[in-house]
Design a protein around this ligand. Structure first.
Ligand code: PCA
Length: 324
């Protein structure tokens, strides 16, 4: 009787602590792009992978299209713990540190293979920067190469003068300046509205974001200039991460590796489908004239030099590693 009595609370305690440590948690994951976009579909697949791997202990709810936080607010929301996770275009934070803009240096990495190589060269330094901000980098997936959308023939930089273009990071804004365009910062979720209202009449983005924005309703030309391949990064609040058991951290790491590989394939397929959609909706999909391509090359070289000057030794080390 005595033994039974003394064992009982321990057993109850154990049961209670077991159910506590395996209590199901629900996390938020805001993103800035539509539910049907390949980045979002990939994030949903990642969420399923984590749910399966943790036997339902961690459910990640993806909130697409800026519905929970606007793109520009997602990184800070993760950093301050307003959300556990989030997906963000890190190059939009190049003003904090040039390293965040590594993927948007013009004409450096314009193929998927090179994008992966550049990412791996930049990742250690970028992860360190993020950790200092209380954020852990989980995975990252490149957008398709960036092109130029207009509502007219553009055969040289002179034809771009005065055009109002949507910018989404420092590189898009700088490219606009150097080509005589007027950059206007607009969230992806608001592009269609801004085009319809005449706030912008040009985009620097992928065929995919052009398709997502039904760009053919206002614009007519897509120039395949392959400027760069910016990346979205899925990030997690470091305190949340540090509070996880090693088993759960491993599930997330494994799902992240799978998401990076699958994301690249989704990005390629989405680009092909988007180019087809632009054409079938009557848009001209064109290579730039040799004059335009040459002028953009010169501007790209200037921007790359500016980036190197800003990024200093860590930036030079990243590019050296990428080129070897
Ligand atoms: N789409 C995103 C980033 C790059 C891209 O292709 C956007 O335009 O916001």
């Amino acid at each position: 009787m005595k033994l039974y009595q003394s064992l009982m609370p321990a057993a109850l305690l154990l049961a209670a602590s077991t159910s506590l440590s395996s209590a199901a948690e629900t996390w938020d994951m805001p993103t800035a792009y539509p539910a049907s976009n390949f980045q979002t579909v990939n994030a949903q697949d990642f969420s399923k992978c984590v749910a399966t791997g943790t036997n339902g202990d961690i459910s990640i709810v993806v909130h697409p299209n800026g519905s929970l936080f606007k793109g520009n607010d997602i990184k800070r929301a993760v950093q301050t713990g307003q959300t556990q996770m989030g997906e963000r275009l890190l190059s939009a934070h190049e003003n904090e540190n040039a390293l965040f803009g590594t993927d948007s240096i013009p004409f450096i990495a314009t193929s998927y293979d090179d994008s992966v190589k550049l990412y791996h060269a930049a990742k250690p330094e970028m992860s360190k920067l993020l950790e200092e901000q209380g954020i852990k980098l989980v995975y990252s997936v490149p957008w398709p190469p960036q092109g130029l959308f207009f509502n007219k023939d553009v055969n040289s930089v002179a034809d771009m003068g005065g055009v109002k273009v949507r910018s989404y990071n420092k590189a898009t804004a700088r490219l606009a300046e150097l080509t005589g365009m007027v950059p206007i910062s607009i969230e992806a979720a608001e592009i269609s509205q801004a085009m319809a209202a005449g706030v912008i009449n040009s985009l620097i983005t992928s065929a995919v974001t052009g398709q997502d924005s039904k760009v053919w309703e206002q614009l007519t030309h897509f120039y395949v200039v392959q400027a760069w391949m910016p990346r979205n990064a899925v990030i997690i609040n470091k305190t949340v991460w540090d509070g996880l058991s090693p088993d759960k951290q491993k599930v997330i790491d494994d799902c992240a590796v799978a998401a990076e590989a699958a994301g690249i394939e989704k990005s390629k397929a989405a680009n092909d489908a988007a180019v087809a959609a632009l054409k079938s909706n009557g848009m001209k999909v064109l290579d730039p004239s040799s004059k335009l391509a040459g002028e953009l090359d010169d501007i790209g070289a200037k921007m790359a030099a500016e980036w190197v000057a800003k990024a200093g030794d860590p930036g030079a080390a990243v590019l050296k590693d990428f080129k070897k």
